[in-house]
Design a protein around this ligand. Structure first.
Ligand code: HEC
Ligand code: HEC
Length: 215
């Protein structure tokens, strides 16, 4: 009799343990980052340090560097060299922004390297919820080809090295940056961005931004 009770208790204990493990597993799965975007190719494995540092950027730039708001730049798939340069430009004061300047100063050169590598190896996503208006995009395309933007920003405007990727960048962000270059409010290396946007109207810059964002 005693043995039967002991066996029953043991069995009940095992069941509880199993239930507990299942619950624990589920809780862990909820904590773990969601799997990569179903419509994208596999991400390069993230180094743990990069992933940890990038949490401080997630609120604005998205956890994987793909922002939800068109005001924030997409960091995913941006070139590593350019990302590093911009972080250093914010911390040295060459590029000014109320949010990014003080923030960039908090990171060491090694941490900036880690963050740049992390975001450069995330897979960029198209702008969701942005409908391409063909007439505007066509006007943008013509302006981009007239100014030979791809000569520096690369075939498919995918960037390389010091030349940033433009394709799929956030549209409001692009528009603001193009205006800042035109109006002398943002410097570029050797003033390379001055001539391409000189004399363009706001609506021409808007068309360019729309073309690039919906590339
Ligand atoms: C509170 C919002 C916010 C947070 C948090 C934030 N950023 Fe930014 N970031 C911005 C905004 C806004 C801009 C555009 C600034 C401008 O106009 O110069 C920007 C621009 C940048 C750029 C320039 C991108 C380009 O295409 O030129 C880089 C690089 C960048 N952020 C990296 C980071 C990193 C790395 C972190 C985390 C350590 C981070 N940001 C956290 C808001 C944020
Ligand atoms: C002669 C080379 C050159 C040409 C041509 C050129 N660019 Fe650039 N562009 C650059 C460089 C270099 C940068 C990085 C600027 C910096 O140092 O901050 C840049 C930066 C940019 C940025 C900022 C990206 C970001 O993430 O903040 C945008 C937008 C841009 N270019 C759009 C264009 C467009 C549109 C054209 C054509 C109308 C164009 N560029 C033509 C060299 C060029």
């Amino acid at each position: 009799m005693k043995r039967k009770i002991a066996a029953a208790l043991l069995f009940a204990g095992l069941l509880l343990l199993l239930a507990g493990l299942t619950w624990y597993d589920r809780a862990l799965m909820q904590l773990a980052p969601a799997a990569g975007q179903p419509d994208s190719v596999a991400q390069a494995p993230a180094d743990a340090e990069g992933e940890k540092l990038a949490r401080s950027c997630a609120y604005c730039h998205g956890r994987d560097g793909n922002p939800n708001s068109p005001l924030y730049p997409r960091l995913a798939g941006q070139t590593e060299v350019y990302l590093r340069q911009q972080m250093l430009a914010y911390s040295s004061g060459r590029r000014q922004n109320a949010v990014m300047s003080p923030l960039a100063q908090r990171y060491s050169a090694a941490q900036i390297d880690t963050l740049s590598r992390y975001f450069a190896t995330r897979v960029p996503r198209k702008n969701r919820g942005l409908r391409r208006v063909e007439a505007i995009a066509a006007r943008g395309e013509e302006l981009v080809s007239r100014a030979a933007c791809a000569g520096c920003h690369g075939p498919d405007l995918a960037g390389s090295g010091e030349y940033p990727r433009l394709a799929w960048q956030s549209d409001r962000y692009l528009y603001e940056q193009l205006k800042a270059f035109r109006d002398g409010e943002r410097d570029s290396r050797d003033d390379l961005m001055k001539a391409p946007v000189a004399g363009l109207s706001d609506s021409e810059l808007e068309a360019i931004a729309h073309y690039l964002a919906t590339f």
